[in-house]
Design a protein around this ligand. Structure first.
Ligand SMILES: [Zn+2]
Length: 69
């Protein structure tokens, strides 16, 4: 997990630009509310969300490969 407070402090100028929710990757509005679930969430930069999805995908693929052996 990322340290959100540290992350926010390190990139204040980017905050609110291309943020997506950590629950489903939908856009987040000004109050950190996921526009898809209509719930509060932890905003992530879009590229971070992409990286998480890629990681999950690779992990799932590794698990599947392990099961095949
Ligand atoms: Zn959501």
């Amino acid at each position: 997990m990322i340290n959100y407070d540290k992350y926010k402090l390190s990139t204040p100028e980017d905050y609110g630009s291309d943020m997506v929710s950590n629950c489903c990757g939908a856009r987040v509005d000004y109050s950190d509310r996921c526009q898809y679930c209509d719930e509060y969430c932890e905003p992530l930069e879009e590229y971070e969300w992409d990286a998480i999805q890629k990681e999950n995908y690779l992990e799932a693929r590794e698990d599947a490969e392990r099961e095949e052996q």
